[in-house]
Design a protein around this ligand. Structure first.
Ligand code: HEM
Length: 179
């Protein structure tokens, strides 16, 4: 998993919950590198799971809730970096629908070692988008946070329903509706 995800997560915990909580999380997670991630590096996904589990134990919040908030937060970072390009998609549903065939394709060109999920569009019209998310990382709550924040960025609040439809490979159906 790309280092930038780790550095953003630690920074987010520092800002939202304080340095003490961030330090506790790193200590509790027993990370191989003691929490010294570099943005350009690539690290095993289990290090993320360890941080998330530690944070869940410290805060008493379930991992899916933390992942959702982190996804929402990360979208605000993406807006700061690529807001103009994101706006060009025209609508939240069009942007979300372009992640598989455009956004993540560009990410893969820049970072060939990126390990990205697979999204397949099942249905799409002006007010709905049905997507299948496939990834054994099981980060659907993180995706849900990104999608929700994307709707808010376009001033198009979205209702996002997620339903696990397969265990291995892990597949989730997202039914996204404009509200
Ligand atoms: C609403 C829009 C988006 C959604 C729903 C989405 C979803 C995801 C998810 C769920 C992952 C975690 C990997 C997995 O589940 O297997 C991921 C990883 C990633 N995405 Fe996106 N993404 C979105 C937009 C973007 C944008 C705009 C960028 C950059 C311009 C981006 C860059 C990345 C990168 C760098 C990774 C990490 C890959 C790795 O760790 O190896 N994504 N994305």
């Amino acid at each position: 998993m790309r280092g930038v995800i780790f550095t953003e997560m630690i920074e987010f915990v520092e800002e939202a919950l304080g340095y003490e909580v961030a330090d506790k999380m790193i200590e509790k997670a027993h990370l191989d590198n003691g929490g010294a991630f570099s943005q350009g590096g690539n690290y095993p996904f289990d290090q993320m799971v360890k941080m998330l589990t530690a944070l869940s134990e410290i805060t008493g919040k379930p991992p899916h809730e933390l992942l959702f908030i982190f996804g929402e937060h990360l979208f605000s970072i993406l807006v700061k970096l690529y807001g103009k390009d994101i706006k060009k998609a025209g609508s939240a549903l069009d942007f979300i629908d372009s992640v598989e065939e455009y956004v993540h394709v560009e990410v893969k060109k820049l970072y060939p070692d990126a390990d990205l999920p697979k999204f397949t569009t099942e249905e799409k019209d002006e007010n709905h988008l049905v997507l299948i998310y496939e990834s054994n990382k099981k980060l659907e709550s993180f995706a849900k946070g990104l999608i929700t924040a994307c709707g808010n960025f376009f001033n198009e609040p979205l209702n996002v329903n997620d339903e696990i439809i397969n265990e291995t490979p892990h597949r989730v159906r997202f039914t996204i509706t404009r509200v």
